[in-house]
Write a protein that binds this ligand. Structure first.
Ligand code: COA
Length: 257
């Protein structure tokens, strides 16, 4: 099993558990995460959701083998891809979502944090959005939210150069709340999630809605634009070179393009 979900003491915990592949997300895992989020949202006993990974790794992002062998189609006639379903479920989750970033958070491992409400990062974590290095473009409205959070110049380091950054950087630029020692990050995040058990749930839900509403339509619009570009870039020779280089454990050669 690669996604574990269970509710304890009012907190629906969604644990990414595929450590042998650094928690890379397959289509089945996106579907399982979407279903867990939708179920948590509908369950009156759930006051908050906690998304977490494994020691040393939150998630290395989309499974690159999946990207190479089965690039998601853009979804015709309203048909949703598993990743779009996951993104939609996270955007539409009315309950507070807390993330415990237990280690490396690559690609969607970082961009999903932009749609969580409270984010706690291990002091060993490295975050990165290396879309360009993979021949791709940003997703999950990161091309909108990252520059808005930190300004264009800092955003360009992260989105155009794909520079990794630490948990402290993530706190400084407003992506995360705090950095915790690796052994404490999950328990801390769980305690923060459990605080919602003592708060009035409708007031919490309506506050989240008020905070998210102003940007929601814009976020969906940008996700549509990003998604169309991302889908065609996945099939590009630049992306093929990047994916092959990853699995052949060599540096990609973009000089030929
Ligand atoms: N998709 C598929 N497989 C992945 C993966 C991914 N996103 N990330 C890691 N793996 C696999 C590796 O291929 C390797 O498999 P193997 O043991 O069969 O060779 C295994 O997981 C361990 O990965 P490795 O790279 O050896 O671990 P590391 O500790 O040296 O580095 C990362 C960890 C996360 C920094 C590194 O794996 C990485 O950069 N992964 C790719 C991240 C990425 O580009 N994601 C897509 C973003 S859109």
């Amino acid at each position: 099993m690669t996604i574990r979900s269970a509710t304890f003491n009012g907190v629906a915990v969604i644990e990414i558990a595929r450590p042998e592949k650094k928690n890379a997300l397959t289509m089945a895992m996106y579907t399982a995460m979407a279903e867990a989020l939708i179920a948590a949202n509908a369950d009156a006993a759930v006051r908050a959701v906690l998304i977490t990974g494994q020691p040393g790794v939150f998630t290395s992002g989309n499974d690159l083998e999946d990207f190479m062998q089965r690039p998601p189609s853009l979804g015709k006639d309203g048909e949703e891809t598993p990743v779009a379903r996951f993104m939609g479920a996270l955007l539409d989750c009315e309950k507070p979502v807390v993330a415990a970033v237990t280690g490396a958070a690559v690609g969607i491992g970082t961009t999903m944090l932009l749609h969580c409400d409270l984010v706690y990062v291990s002091d060993e974590a490295r975050l990165a959005m290396p879309f360009v290095s993979l021949g791709l473009v940003p997703e999950f409205a990161s091309s909108l939210i990252i520059p808005a959070l930190m300004g264009h110049a800092k955003a360009a380091e992260k989105l155009m150069l794909g520079e990794p950054f630490t948990g402290s950087d993530a706190v400084e630029c407003g992506i995360a709340n705090a950095v915790l020692p690796a052994g404490e990050v999950v328990n801390h995040a769980r305690r923060m999630a459990e605080r919602f058990n003592n708060l009035p749930p409708s007031a919490v839900r309506e506050t989240k809605q008020l905070m998210r509403a102003p940007l929601k339509a814009r976020i969906r619009e940008v996700m549509g634009t990003e998604g169309a570009l991302f889908g065609s870039r996945l099939r590009s020779p630049e992306a093929m070179e990047a994916f092959q280089a990853f699995f052949q454990k060599r540096k990609p050669d973009f000089t030929k393009f």
